[in-house]
Design a protein around this ligand. Sequence first.
Ligand SMILES: [Zn+2]
Length: 517
Amino acid sequence: MGLSRRELLVTGAALATAAAAPRGRGPRLAVAMLSHEGNSFAPVTIGLDAFESSVWAKGDAAQRFDGTATELGGVLDFAAANPDWQVDFLRLAQATPSGPVRADVFDAIVAEVVGDLKARGPYDAVLLILHGALLVEGRDLADLAFVQAVRDAVGTGCALGASFDLHANIDPRLVALLDGGSGYKTHPHVDQADAAKRALAMLRGKVRGELRPVGVLVKAGAILPSINMRTAEGPMAELEAVAAAMLGGTLLDAVPFGGFSYGDSVAAGASAMVFTDGDPALARSAATRLAGEIDARADRFFVALPKPAEAIARAVAAPKPAAIVDAGDNPLSGGVADTPGLLRALIDAKVALPTLFAFFWDPGVVARARAAGVGGRVSGTLGGRLTPDFGAPVPFAATVLRLTDGRFTAQPPFIIGTRLDFGPTALLRLDGTMIDVIVTSLCASPHDPGLLALHGLKIGDHALLAIKAKNHFRAAYAAHLKTIVDTDAPGPAALDIASFPFRRAPRRLRPLNGNPS
Ligand SMILES: [Zn+2]
């Protein structure tokens, strides 16, 4: 297909050195990413290393997302389809959901993006890839602060857009700063690239003078748990259908945001965002209607889940292979792969079935397993390492079955092609049980079965899979499992939202308002 995208793109480095651009003299687009889902109740804060082990790139390095199902993959698709546009990748930073970002790291990223926009500009358009539920230590409304800083840097003449996760906690003032925006419409999020492309289409229309996109976001009245927020069925599927039916005419996009339950922020809670072509009144009325549709279904997002002992009993009695999903410690909800409740219950249940536990984050155990070697012995505790708040550590003795470097490339259908890094890992068999446990040196999400393949395993090798996950893992796992049982054990992403010590989120929001979930 002729020139590769690498050759077609004008990169940040090339611009900085004023190299001759192989592309036309069309509009200039800058892209920056600051994507992080912050859990206020996770017992950690994150620094630069959390971004470096996920996405920390600039300029040419963005090319590694070519062909991936990420928003950056969507930007590269846009660049290929619009060869007259010059695309400049500024700082791209993304970390696995976790506790808040350290303030100095946030300030440095904002300063770098603003500095580059001023030094390399002017730009015709800027796309910010946000999650929309960013938390920064000691700050509130960090996404809004970032977008405001960018708007101040580029001025009102530049088309400024953003793309968001379905679990974004967005302040209405942020959307008022934008000339285009969209969000994921699937959960699991298999349409990330499309969200970026929809936002870019609005920016392109604005730059060409063909569109005057205006956006309005209206907050709904609830902080919704995400356990029943999949878009294959249930209330979120209905909301996506309602939003899709709104499209057409001057209504450019309608996005229901489920919000992120564990982000304690002034902007907490579900919301609805609508962009129209030059019709702010329609944007407001449509967003208000969509927010009302969210409220009308709020009841159905609050579901009850079995505690671990009951979930194990259900899984043991059900067709195999069966998964027991430890949603309260899901790393993609800010879980830390450290809560001990489900492992404790599995040991207590004395399950006589081969069981795989994925996973615990404990670099110390991994280091001791590596020192012991495959076939060697290791002992200590699993879980409860970072905090005792979610249960006491579980003592263990085990044989080391396998050691790995913890790195692999994600497979379809979810964030295809991105690299996942768990750091060095160990597969252990716990004495006196049929439980094998994966222990890692970094906390990442086990939603991709590549984590099993890394350890010489595939889905179904063990009759039971205990996994620290929630909805996203279903994208790749569900077709290979006969049974999936969600459980609610204590953890930073436990189901009972009202049990967490919210301080910033508006008290009017259900269930903080006392309206029982
Ligand atoms: Zn999400």
